[in-house]
Design a protein around this ligand. Structure first.
Ligand code: FE2
Length: 254
């Protein structure tokens, strides 16, 4: 394909993807954000958390499962360390937006610590029985570890939610993997910011393909700050967001 056809192909594709902005209240609830103040690389303080919540409310959201990172070494959080800061946020939200529902989840990094936690009696943050987990971006996970984790989580009655599936660049040429995981009971989540193009065209294309194939269950903000809420706002015109609105689990998250 020459540069000219690529250029026009790209333009046609952009036009094909363009729609009237969707009313995001059809999604209702978010599942994936970093709004608990001061516990990870998300909101640094309560003011920053509330700015994100205010923006979600103004976009029509009625609640959110917020999901601080839990990653051995990097973010040594646990249900015990997160509960205090979360309750502080919840009280502030209840005062300003009494109808807004807020639940504490977590974004677990897949490693042996997580596998141990799932295999033992440790408390896991998984509202609605949905356990959000992420993989490394630099290299694919150990397949045996991933399969064991998925098996053990489901034996425990949990539904594993794979975070931002489109961001694992090492799988961009083998997206059909996601269909297999969906069939195994994994809920696939994509980031609104990816659809808005925030992570580049390849990540955007991967997100679109997974949605068009019908593999994606949840649209998430992955909000660490206002930049992700702005990206959510920008994603409203994207055809894939419109398509996902028809089938997403978001409205059933609470
Ligand atoms: Fe995240």
């Amino acid at each position: 394909m020459g540069w000219l056809s690529r250029l026009f192909g790209g333009k046609e594709q952009a036009e094909r993807q363009e729609r009237e902005p969707i009313d995001l209240s059809v999604f209702g609830y978010d599942y994936h954000s970093h709004m608990v103040p001061g516990v990870d690389d998300g909101a640094p303080d309560l003011e920053a958390s509330m700015e994100m919540i205010d923006a979600l409310v103004s976009l029509g959201y009625r609640g959110a499962v917020t999901t601080p990172h839990i990653m051995a070494g990097m973010y040594p959080n646990s249900p015990e360390t997160l509960r205090g800061p979360f309750e502080k946020l919840k009280a502030a939200v209840a005062e300003r937006h009494p109808a807004f529902k807020l639940a504490l989840g977590a974004e677990y990094f897949l490693d042996h610590t997580l596998l141990d936690a799932v295999q033992s009696d440790q408390e896991l943050l998984a509202p609605g029985g949905r356990l959000l987990f992420e993989l490394a971006f630099a290299a694919p996970p150990d397949t045996a570890l991933l399969q064991e984790f998925l098996f053990e989580a489901q034996v425990k009655g949990l539904k594993p939610v794979m975070a931002h599936v489109e961001r694992y660049a090492y799988w961009h040429n083998e997206l059909e993997r996601f269909e297999e995981w969906k069939e195994q009971g994994v809920i696939l989540q994509v980031n609104a910011a990816s659809l808005a193009g925030a992570y580049g065209p390849e990540t955007q294309e991967a997100a679109v393909t997974c949605i068009e194939k019908g593999w994606v269950g949840i649209l998430g903000t992955d909000a660490h700050g206002m930049r992700h809420i702005d990206a959510l706002h920008a994603s409203r015109t994207h055809a894939a967001v419109h398509a996902l609105a028809e089938t997403a689990l978001n409205p059933k998250l609470f």
